[in-house]
Design a protein. Structure first.
Lengths: 82, 749
């Protein structure tokens, strides 16, 4: 079995209103010194069998088309168990 | 890192600058040299390039837009005219409203959700900067064919963006349009309208008055939003590491905007503000140069005081950033602490970035070094003006000669029934509730009418019930066949949509969406549309209060249908006396007002046959005015119980919409004097369907007679769930299924 992790984050320069809201809430709830919070998405994808190059390429493509919005987001794709 | 200062510009006159990459022409760059007597610094170049862009300077449209002022009708209603952030009209009892529509077409194509969301945010700040509380929004939208793959990408994103931003902000979305045409496939139109209300004494203007007064920037921090273009400059002055490609997508934060609205209204009402301006396109460049230019003529800014979201931004980028949810206010020094305290109360960051001077110059420093020293008028108001060549395209004659007469017409009852059903279920005429249900239409509790009614209507005064009605309309096919008449038909339809609700039309805004102004054919369409609209407004007696021009809407060399979207605003003394669009009482009589002619050029029926040619329906604004009088007087006197505009799809479509809205049917008889298909589907203008109690017939006839409006009884409201047209008819279940399924079916999954 193969396990692939896809992490999606807003590009660094893009405003993250939700992250800002969380940052504000952390401060209000007593945590001092929070300088930045960025919020993203974390996908854990499990596949039967080995991750061959075709399926790896398909995953890479779909991470850009389905899992993230390449206009404003970056993604990283990590194979955990090959 | 080296900063391009004024001193450096003087000592290095021969540095080559990337003005062409910033969209400036050779002669425009030469003119900047002439104005400054030296080469511009890179910051000055950034400011001029963005302020002299088509979007900010209206350089191609200015010479034509003057017509709106020159042909302005005599009216006492206009309190603030064209040129300010938005026009303001008097609606009586000391109330004023401001409204405006703007385009956010290109950003919405790149990133549908954020593009549409920030379109709402921008127009709301325009309204806010006049001192008004925003009370409603609406969105005229146009996309490629409903079944095109890209429509499935763009439309749901746009609708979610409008809903997401507007709903979070707590503003009702009370109407708009959703129209499909192949010409919008690579260039959707996302226009946004906002209405705001205020007391007369609360009107504020964008000017920096009073030497020594402070310039305050407040709201969200400045980041790298919307500055894709200037990265050329950044890469000039920065080392390689600093010139990372900046995103051009602006991201909106509606919760910040809500705080900005409340903070702004509080400081305005407390009398703490001398002048105010929202930050939209061109950001700080635009706000500082316009405020200075409108006021004492001078301003000094310490740019390094601007609060940044991204500390690596260069001064050029800060000047151009289009980060959302920011405002700029001019505040007296003795009131600044109060101002800052009130901002802090709303958790809105505010910082003094400059002061008003009488130097006649806009000077900007970056860490003690002078990076901008310009006459602000040359940036804000004295940009280039183009007399673009325009010419009626040679293909126009052939287009108009190819009328819909050659199309095979339905003639038997079965054929007409099938044609009506095809219209009812066509993308353009189908129910848009899939879209409008994603918008909050009733938040704030003052919405009286919203989609699918003819106009959106909101209560302004909660005691007297005084309110406003707004509609936006445009049939781009009519404008393609004849831009002059097409613009007038858009105006007439919007005017009629306001009138059928019982509101008196008062003022006009517009969003003129066209192709490239460098194409003489497109420029001709634009010039004709503006002339048509200006003449039309003069004849109807309602002034244009402002608007927006969007050029370069095209895919490759193919321009969109010319789309002059017209918004009309009307006033009603008491919203409880509004006229709804549909009947409620069986036995009531149904009348058609206005003349029906054989007019199918540019019609929805011809569009379904894949045909666009001929001439649009005849325009008779005198008749529109008379019809409006009957509709408004008939509403006020209680004669008219329901009224609905007849336009796209004709009488049959209008009756279907009324029946579906009401849930009960009607027996309609097709008059013998008219060809049945023409009666059902022609799109002649200046018509409406109205419903009265049978014993009110003589009162109605007297009203119509007084205004010389043709009137014809065409049917009776029944208790059946059937809509019949004599020899054919429809169960309402069938109509509902056909009318409501196309949009969800196309966009599901």
């Amino acid at each position: 079995m193969a396990r692939v992790i896809v992490d999606v984050m807003l590009k660094p320069e893009i405003l993250d209103p939700q992250g800002r809201a969380v940052q504000g809430a952390l401060g209000r709830l007593g945590l001092e010194g929070v300088t930045s919070v960025r919020q993203g998405k974390h996908f854990v994808i499990e596949l039967d069998g080995d991750l061959d190059s075709d399926r790896a390429a398909a995953l890479d493509r779909l991470a850009g088309e389905l899992l993230s919005n390449p206009v404003i987001e970056d993604f990283t794709l990590t194979v955990v168990d090959a | 890192m080296t900063i391009d200062t004024v001193d450096r510009a003087e000592s290095s006159p021969d540095v080559s600058q990337p003005y062409a990459d910033l969209g400036l022409k050779d002669d425009e760059y030469a003119r900047i040299h002439e104005i400054l007597g030296r080469r511009p610094t890179s910051s000055e170049l950034a400011m001029y390039s963005v302020m002299w862009s088509e979007h900010c300077s209206y350089k191609s449209s200015k010479v034509h837009l003057r017509l709106f002022g020159e042909k302005k009708p005599e009216t006492d209603a206009l309190l603030v005219g064209i040129g300010e952030n938005a026009g303001v009209v008097d609606i009586g009892d000391g109330w004023a409203v401001t409204f405006k529509v703007e385009s956010h077409n290109h950003p919405s194509y790149v990133e549908p959700y954020q593009g549409a969301a920030t379109g709402i945010g921008g127009i709301v700040r325009d309204i806010l900067s006049m001192g008004a509380r925003p009370i409603a929004v609406m969105d005229p939208l146009r996309f490629g064919p409903l079944d095109a793959p890209d429509t499935a990408r763009v439309l749901p994103g746009v609708v979610a963006g409008i809903g997401g931003y507007g709903n979070c902000l707590g503003l009702p979305n009370i109407g708009g349009e959703v129209i499909f045409d192949p010409s919008y496939a690579g260039n959707p139109l996302v226009n946004a309208l906002c209405v705001g209300a205020m007391r007369h004494e609360d009107i504020h203007l964008a000017s920096a008055k009073g030497v020594g007064n402070l310039v305050v920037l407040y709201g969200a921090r400045t980041g790298g939003d919307g500055i894709g273009g200037v990265s050329v400059l950044a890469s000039e002055t920065f080392d390689a590491e600093g010139s990372a490609k900046r995103p051009s997508v602006q991201v909106g934060d509606p919760f910040m905007e809500k705080l900005l609205i409340e903070a702004t209204l509080e400081v305005l009402h407390a009398g703490l503000v001398e002048g105010i301006q929202d930050l939209g396109g061109a950001g700080i460049s635009c706000a500082t140069s316009e405020l200075a230019s409108n006021g004492e003529g001078g301003m000094h800014v310490w740019l390094d005081r601007v609060l940044l979201r991204d500390p690596t931004l260069s001064p050029e980028e800060i000047l151009m950033s289009e980060s959302q949810e920011r405002m700029c206010a001019i505040v007296r020094p003795d009131r600044i602490n109060d101002f800052l305290a009130r901002c802090a109360k709303w958790e809105v960051e505010a910082v003094v970035i400059g002061e008003v001077t009488d130097s006649g110059r806009l000077t900007i420093d970056w860490h003690g070094e002078r990076i901008v020293d310009v006459p602000p008028r040359t940036v804000a108001h004295e940009g280039p003006v183009y007399q673009r060549p325009f010419a009626r395209p040679s293909s126009q004659d052939a287009l108009q000669a190819d009328g819909p007469g050659r199309l095979a017409r339905p003639s038997t009852p079965e054929e007409i029934r099938a044609a009506v059903l095809a219209l009812v279920g066509s993308a353009n005429l189908a129910s848009k509730s899939w879209v409008t249900s994603q918008y909050d239409r009733y938040v704030l509790g003052n919405t009286v009418l919203a989609q699918p009614e003819d106009s959106g209507m909101v209560r302004v005064d909660e005691v007297t019930g005084r309110g406003v009605a707004v509609s936006t309309d445009c049939n781009g096919r009519f404008a393609k066949l004849d831009p002059y008449a097409g613009a007038q038909l858009a105006l007439a339809e919007s005017y009629r949509n306001v009138s059928v609700t019982g509101a008196t039309p008062l003022a006009v805004t517009n969003c003129l969406n066209f192709g490239s102004p460098e194409d003489p054919g497109v420029m001709w369409q634009f010039a004709e549309a503006v002339r048509g609209l200006a003449d039309g407004c003069l004849e109807l007696g309602i002034p244009v209060t402002g608007g927006n021009v969007s050029f370069y809407n095209q895919t490759g060399d193919v321009a969109i249908l010319p789309t002059p979207v017209v918004g009309v605003l009307g006033v009603i003394d008491d919203v409880t006396r509004r006229t709804p669009m549909s009947w409620r009482n069986a036995g009531d009589s149904i009348y058609l007002l206005g003349d029906t002619r054989d007019e199918f050029g540019g019609s929805e029926w011809a569009h379904l046959q894949g045909h666009l040619g001929g001439v649009p329906p005849r325009v008779d604004l005198g008749q529109e005015r008379a019809l409006s009088r009957v509709l408004v007087d008939g509403s006020q006197s209680g004669v008219i119980r329901a009224a609905h505009d007849v336009s796209d799809g004709g009488v049959a479509q209008a009756l279907v919409e009324m029946a579906l809205r009401s849930g009960t049917g009607a027996d309609v008889s097709i008059p013998e004097s008219i060809e049945p298909f023409v009666f059902c589907c022609s799109e002649s203008a200046a018509r409406a369907i109205i419903v009265i109690r049978p014993d009110q017939e003589s009162a109605l006839l007297a009203l119509c007679n007084d205004s010389a409006v043709p009137v014809m009884r065409i049917g009776t409201v029944t208790t059946d769930a059937h809509l019949t047209f004599g020899s054919f008819g429809f169960p309402l279940d069938e109509l509902r299924r056909v009318h409501e399924s196309p949009i969800p079916a196309a966009l599901a999954g």
